[in-house]
Write a protein that binds this ligand. Structure first.
Ligand SMILES: [Zn+2]
Length: 266
């Protein structure tokens, strides 16, 4: 599922379902009955091979073991091991990890810190169902963003509580005030990181916070989740889309989890 910013900032995030070159607009289907049926097939999103089980959101087992993007250092960038000569795909690493990353604050189910490649904004926030986001620092590499995130995690969460995110009762925050508060609290730690990596490596940003609105008619009071691995048919009246979730009157489904699944829609 692809999420895109609306042309006017106050409008809803625009969602499409993607399959190859085909794109199905989703916003206009909200309020309608939708039926998603999984055929039982899963194709690796990297090599296309059929796989019985999906690893790391849509990979076959050989790709999962071989690709740098499936290594644990992607989830924990501070553990980057490129310099030990053990990167699974050094060229991929150079292209994706040795480029500017952003450390941001977002409000998805409350305040959280996160990191993203510069080119992944604002997709990253939309995928998390954030209602607000504010880039606060720019760093030179993915590993440096991991070090900064570790520091921020002493004070703020780095995870979204997806049930709270889907219930929709998330209070707006003053992200600029939160940023300034955290910069004060973490001044020593940031100073140490700058000493270690060079004063220029970790740059303070002065951006404006962004707001995001999601196409949702009704938020669920109780969050029940669907799972294709347990039940190949998911259907109901589509009540909204937020983050990577479709919200049906019968329950929610995280489509990201089922990347690579062959699904027909009616
Ligand atoms: Zn594969």
């Amino acid at each position: 599922m692809a999420a895109a910013m609306p042309s006017r900032q106050d409008d809803n995030v625009v969602y499409h379902l993607r399959a190859g070159d085909h794109r199905m607009p989703l916003n206009e289907r909200i309020g309608e009955h939708l039926r998603l049926a999984w055929s039982g097939a899963i194709a690796c999103t990297h090599c296309g091979r059929a796989t019985k089980k999906s690893f790391a959101q849509g990979h076959c087992y050989p790709c999962f073991k071989r690709l740098a993007q499936c290594d644990t250092c992607i989830m924990k960038p501070e553990t980057c091991h490129y310099h030990q000569g053990t990167c699974r795909e050094p060229e991929w690493g150079e292209k994706h990890c040795f480029q500017p990353h952003i450390v941001y604050l977002a409000n998805s189910s409350g305040l959280k810190v996160g990191i993203t490649r510069k080119t992944q904004m604002p997709t990253r926030w939309l995928d998390q169902g954030a209602i607000q986001a504010l880039p606060v620092l720019e760093v030179n590499t993915r590993q440096q963003s991991g070090f900064v995130e570790m520091l921020f995690k002493e004070q703020v969460a780095d995870r979204t509580n997806w049930r709270a995110m889907l219930k929709g009762d998330v209070e707006p925050l003053d992200l600029v005030a939160e940023r300034d508060r955290l910069f004060d609290l973490l001044a020593d730690g940031l100073g140490q990181l700058r000493d270690l990596h060079g004063a220029d490596a970790i740059r303070t940003l002065d951006e404006k916070p962004l707001d995001f609105h999601y196409p949702v008619l009704t938020f669920p009071r109780k969050v029940v989740s669907h799972n294709f691995d347990k039940q190949s048919l998911v259907e109901g009246v589509l009540q909204g889309v937020k983050g990577q979730y479709l919200m049906f009157d019968s329950g929610v489904i995280n489509l990201r989890k089922f990347t690579g699944y062959e699904i027909s829609i009616a």
